[in-house]
Design a protein around this ligand. Structure first.
Ligand code: ADP
Ligand code: MG
Length: 305
């Protein structure tokens, strides 16, 4: 398992990460979430041994992961890291990039393996296209395929689908996480997309103010978001009488104490997100139909989580 003990790190004077401790079991999928600038990418880079820690230590099984002071080559052999700014070789093809770390000794096996990886990231049709001719999202898929080519024990993914459009994102996400689970590859994902987490992560943690705000399963954090920051990660929410209430937990009823007036309806496909005024505060709730501006309504809170 991966074990991080009391890690503290600063680029300059200001600590970016303070006293961070967590562990990830072998084969587990673990998500690191937090606002932009909260240190997600820094933490992944530290797990990869890119920088020396100011305090603490990191172990994968019995091996300590050490920074550049102790290593000529950054990155342990059993680990692969797909950076937010993936760096590929632009002048060779997709297939050549993916096969770059595979041995040339068994050309048939190399070919078969490359094909398998092209399938995982759904790029079969692009095998012989030069990487410089690809879109950002396609490049990101090549970077992922290259990282898993030699089956690492641990895969670090930094916002792995951020450049990939919605048409492809859903199926690629399912295909990649299924593959990683089947191969029992431990996977740590930095993300700000709840869809990377809810269906696919065994555990998650939230970084805030250089610290771990909370750790848990996605279900635990979704059902009991102890802080507005956590709720905002999962979706639209309200604070009513001090409690965090998701937009889908508020429903219109005939009478109640929560009297509101409709301000605006936003079309969301199978529902409308309604913005209403409740005692001078904006509240949001989901409703099947569009509602007219100015309509008086009564709302009730449902504990449907
Ligand atoms: P996230 O990935 O959560 O958006 P980062 O880890 O990229 O956050 O950044 C965390 C903080 O560290 C930010 O304040 C950022 O400006 C700072 N930072 C990131 N990289 C460097 C660097 N190479 N040198 C100095 N400061 C950095
Ligand atoms: Mg980042």
């Amino acid at each position: 398992m991966l074990q991080v003990n009391n890690l503290t790190f600063q680029y300059k004077k200001q600590p970016i990460l303070k006293d961070i401790s967590f562990s990830v079991k072998t084969g587990e999928h673990f998500s690191i979430i937090g606002e932009s600038g909260s240190g997600k990418s820094t933490l992944l880079k530290l797990l990869y041994g890119t920088y020396d820690l100011n305090e603490g230590n990191i172990f994968w099984k019995d091996n300590e992961i050490l920074g550049p002071k102790h290593n000529l080559i950054i990155g342990p052999e059993y680990m692969k890291y797909v950076a937010q700014e993936f760096d590929l070789m632009p002048f060779i093809t997709v297939a050549e990039n993916i096969g770059a770390y595979l041995s040339n000794f068994y050309p048939e096996e190399k070919q078969a393996r490359t094909n398998e990886l092209l399938e995982v990231v759904e790029l079969q049709a692009y095998a012989h296209i030069k990487v410089k001719e690809l879109s950002g999202g396609q490049k990101q898929r090549v970077a992922i395929a290259r990282a898993i080519a030699k089956q690492p024990e641990v895969l670090l993914l930094d916002e792995p689908f951020s450049h990939i459009d919605n048409f492809k994102k859903q199926s690629l996400r399912r295909s990649l996480f299924k593959y990683l689970k089947e191969k029992k590859i431990t996977c740590i994902v930095a993300t700000h997309d709840k869809d990377d987490v809810l269906s696919f992560s065994d555990h998650m943690m939230v970084l805030h103010d250089a610290k771990i705000m909370i750790k848990g399963t996605p279900q635990q954090l979704y059902k009991n978001p102890e802080d507005k920051l956590i709720a905002s990660f999962f979706g639209e929410f309200n604070v009513i009488n001090g409690g965090i209430i998701y937009a889908n937990q508020l429903k219109i009823v005939d009478t109640s104490n929560l009297k509101a007036v409709v301000k605006k309806s936003y079309y969301k496909g199978y529902y409308y997100l309604i913005e209403a005024d409740l005692d001078g505060n904006n509240v949001f709730f989901e409703h099947k139909k569009v509602l007219k501006k100015g309509l008086p309504i009564c709302l009730s809170i449902y504990n449907n989580l």
